[in-house]
Design a protein around this ligand. Structure first.
Ligand code: P6P
Length: 333
């Protein structure tokens, strides 16, 4: 059994000049994940104890869990002295840790502390998504938005924690993807999925077909392609949509498949956030041999961000499925 901590130390040698700061950053992510894991599982108990007032408890609990997770990751990341700033879905503006706290820290972190949290009250898996960059502003100067508005291809590390039937951390520092399953009895994440590879082809497609009428024509044609009977290409594909990005992506990472969140009338720029949802997921997908594109078939990791909370369409998964989708997008916008 190899723990996450041991694995990080083993791999530290891969980075010239590795000073252990990234290891300290991951230790913070690990600790916060363990605390959030415990709170999420208690949420179920709250349902039981608060049965008389389920709506109120659940609503506050739900709302609290987003904020709770944000606070835990914020405190843990600030405390290690290696992160100079944090941007979060739960924070309007980025948070500076460089004032007094960590003036010499070289990393910034962007995070969705609890993606899919509306699913907690129906006991569906949710996830924390994180993205790590080196600061670009000179040391000694205050950090700025520039430190966060970096292209996804420049990420130093990215990953997610999925709080599901088991809690797992899946991450990459640019040398492949590895998954660690949390053992609450020991309080450690253990290496359970070494060198994860996203299957080159698959037969699962994940999309909210309720928005079908609002999708671009190319997406509509691809969805119909997925549904047409064709034994030679293993169609019709299976439709699986959990409504929790991390749960849908994690399944497709293991089994092969494609996740689609296109633009629609309700979300003209797409719903998902580029910096702390699309970029980390795209980084993991490519590191595992998959592919991730956005509008006009642009590689997600090449998009030049303009704002911390900007949105993007996301098509991510098995290379062969993305390539087939691109044929429809090119032909039928
Ligand atoms: P819809 C959750 O709110 C989320 O950000 C992703 O986790 C999920 O894949 C998507 O939105 C679900 O959105 O519009 O299909 O309910």
């Amino acid at each position: 059994m190899k723990t996450l901590g041991e694995f990080i130390i083993d791999r530290q040698g891969e980075y010239p000049g590795a000073t252990g700061e990234l290891s300290a950053l991951f230790a913070a992510l690990r600790l916060a994940s363990q605390v959030v894991h415990r709170e999420i599982n208690k949420a179920g108990l709250a349902d039981i104890t608060g049965a008389a007032d389920l709506e109120n408890v659940q609503g506050e609990q739900q709302q609290k869990l987003d904020i709770y997770a944000n606070d835990k990751f914020k405190v843990a990341l600030a405390a290690r002295g290696v992160v100079c700033g944090l941007a979060s879905e739960e924070e309007e503006r980025f948070i500076r840790f460089d004032e007094g706290l960590n003036p010499d820290a070289k990393y910034v972190v962007l995070i969705d502390p609890l993606d899919g949290s509306t699913n907690i009250d129906v006991n569906v898996s949710v996830g924390t998504v994180f993205s790590v960059y080196k600061r670009v502003t000179p040391f000694g100067q205050p950090i700025s938005e520039r430190d966060f508005l970096q292209r996804g291809r420049d990420q130093v590390a990215a990953g997610y924690v999925i709080y599901g039937s088991s809690t797992m951390m899946v991450y990459s520092t640019g040398n492949g993807v590895n998954g660690f399953t949390y053992d609450p009895s020991l309080g450690v994440f253990c290496l359970s999925h070494k060198n994860m590879r996203l299957p080159k082809s698959g037969n699962i497609y994940s999309v909210n077909e309720g928005n079908y009428v609002h999708f671009p024509n190319g997406v509509k044609k691809y969805i119909k392609y997925c549904q047409v009977e064709d034994e030679a290409t293993n169609r019709p594909y299976t439709s699986r949509y959990i409504g929790s990005l991390i749960a849908d992506f994690h399944r497709n990472l293991l089994k092969g498949g494609i996740y689609l969140y296109p633009t629609s009338s309700r979300y003209p720029d797409g719903k998902l956030r580029l910096l702390y949802e699309c970029n980390p997921i795209a980084f993991l997908a490519e590191q595992a041999g998959g592919k991730a594109i956005g509008d006009r078939q642009q590689r997600i990791l090449d998009i030049e961000p303009r704002a911390i909370h900007e949105r993007s369409p996301l098509f991510v998964g098995s290379v062969d499925m993305i390539v087939k989708l691109e044929e429809f997008l090119e032909g039928g916008q």
